[in-house]
Design a protein around this ligand. Structure first.
Ligand SMILES: Cc1cc2nc3c(=O)[nH]c(=O)nc-3n(C[C@H](O)[C@H](O)[C@H](O)COP(=O)(O)OP(=O)(O)OC[C@H]3O[C@@H](n4cnc5c(N)ncnc54)[C@H](O)[C@@H]3O)c2cc1C
Length: 452
């Protein structure tokens, strides 16, 4: 589409009505893979009209956010521009946040967008669909604990991760230039939730904080002044992993000097630190909340679609929502308990990736008038990256269907491969190969931690 024709289209431009309209809402780990494939196979060839509705302008794979927060990743090198992706892959990008749905008219309602000066960018509008896929992910669950929203930072978006990193670097610069000695809590970070996110962040922070100080902030003594505390309500870190891995992770974190508080319930987050239910107070300038996720608020009452108590859309094994065959949900925002299981499919990138591949095939079947097949989730295991120190995890079901514990280089390779699979789904192997080489080369000429 040339810029002239794009500009002349009305905001709610309806595509040609002969074509089936497939709209994906949410261009994250799952949604962007799906819409890219649909665009390549159907949109480009005029076989269907494919659109992505997304409230952000750029995409960054969410599992990278702890690296952004710690300052070990430059967002600019990894983010993808939705407009360009849409142009290259045969779909339309509709910038905006879904705020409602009209199932009888088959319309997705979008909020208006404003720039920093309050000027309107895109108006309130509605986009029509024949098949709708909702893939808007999850948000951090604060469980109603006082002070979390005001004083803790969640890692839901690149902006939040960057904000945390800026505060971290500012705290180091302040401590280095102030006349008085570093006070207790000033360079302390409390991470609440020792799931994969919190655990990975604590190890990454240990390294990057020392990295920042090593660039000349010599008034700070990393061993004395910097403290990272990982707080977990369950009895062990990474409770979703087998005990042995959890023990190994705790041992490695302990060797790094990360303080672990398990069996500790947070009762309040204050501007100067974290209160525990038992009465303890952990002074900390910076608090990260990574203690669980729930569905985004918009799903709680979305045109009568069934939502789970955790605010996700309840879907059938076909990933169709329980009350509307034309609406699918996938990824973190979908709630599905497989027949043979007692627990729902976990909110993980590997689930979103598998569901994107599945829905791509099923939507094509649907267009041919064939039935939609059920989704079968395969748990390939879990890996936790402790930065450059180690990666450990369990890989599932390769030969015997039982878990196999892995650690070190192999585990690190497998951990990275999930991101490479995501990149390959979006760009193809050639571009991913070239990008990887380019990043390896530029990494040699740049600081390994973000200093601004
Ligand atoms: C720090 C961190 C580390 C993680 N590490 C791992 C890991 O190692 N392995 C693993 O398997 N998983 C990991 N995860 C979980 C993984 O990131 C998620 O499970 C995965 O991103 C879910 O994909 P999704 O497509 O459902 O949602 P997302 O990737 O979150 O994408 C949702 C998209 O929807 C958009 N959106 C939201 N609301 C609206 C709206 N109303 N209108 C329009 N657009 C909207 C968002 O902007 C976003 O682009 C990690 C998560 C975090 C935060």
């Amino acid at each position: 589409m040339t810029s002239a024709t794009a500009a002349s289209q009305p905001a709610t431009a309806a595509p040609s009505r002969q074509l089936h309209r497939i709209v994906v809402v949410g261009g994250g780990a799952g949604g962007l893979e799906l819409v890219t494939r649909l665009g390549d196979r159907l949109g480009r060839h005029g076989l269907a009209d494919i659109a992505l509705i997304e409230k952000a302008r750029t995409h960054l794979w969410k599992p990278l956010l702890h690296e952004v927060a710690a300052g070990s990743m430059d967002v600019g090198r990894h983010e993808l521009d939705y407009l360009a992706q849409a142009y290259w892959h045969g779909f339309r990008f509709r910038f905006g946040e879904m705020v409602g749905l009209d199932r009888s008219q088959r319309l997705v309602h979008l909020a208006a967008n404003f720039d920093d000066e309050g000027r309107l960018i895109t108006p309130v509008r509605s986009i029509g669909y024949d098949t709708l896929v909702i893939a808007i992910g999850s948000v951090t669950n604060d469980f109603g604990i006082p002070g979390v929203t005001e004083h803790a930072i969640a890692l839901d978006t690149p902006e939040q991760a960057q904000l945390f990193n800026r505060r971290l670097v500012n705290a180091c610069l302040r401590a280095h230039t102030q006349a008085e000695p570093v006070r207790p809590g000033q360079l302390h970070v409390a991470i609440i939730g020792a799931g994969a996110t919190g655990t990975e962040l604590s190890a990454e922070l240990h390294r990057t904080l020392r990295g920042v100080v090593a660039y000349g902030l010599d008034k700070i003594d990393p061993d004395k002044d910097i403290r990272i505390t990982l707080i977990e309500a369950a009895g062990r870190v990474v409770p979703a992993l087998p005990q042995r891995l959890s023990d190994a992770t705790a041992r490695l974190l302990g060797e790094l000097g990360v303080e672990i508080r398990t069996g500790a319930r947070v009762s309040e987050v204050r501007p100067d630190g974290v209160c525990l239910a038992g009465g303890d107070f952990i002074p900390s300038e910076l608090v990260v909340w990574s203690a669980g996720v729930r569905g985004p608020d918009v799903l709680m009452n979305l045109a009568g679609l069934e939502a789970s108590p955790s605010g996700q859309l309840v879907v059938r094994p076909t990933l169709q929502t329980t009350r509307d065959d034309n609406i699918f949900a996938m990824g973190d925002c979908a709630y599905l308990v497989p027949d043979s299981e007692t627990r729902p499919i976990p909110p993980r990138a590997q689930a979103a990736h598998q569901q994107a591949a599945h829905l791509f095939r099923q939507i094509r079947r649907r267009l041919k008038g064939q039935s939609v097949e059920p989704f079968v989730y395969r748990d390939f295991g879990s890996l936790v990256s402790l930065g450059e120190f180690s990666t450990i995890g369990s890989l599932m079901g390769f030969v015997s269907g039982k878990g196999m514990l892995v650690e070190g280089f192999i585990a690190r390779l497998m951990y990275r491969s999930l991101y490479k699979m995501h990149e390959t789904a979006l760009h193809g192997p050639l571009k991913v190969g070239l990008d990887t080489i380019a990043r390896l080369l530029t990494r040699r000429t740049e600081p390994h931690v973000k200093l601004h």
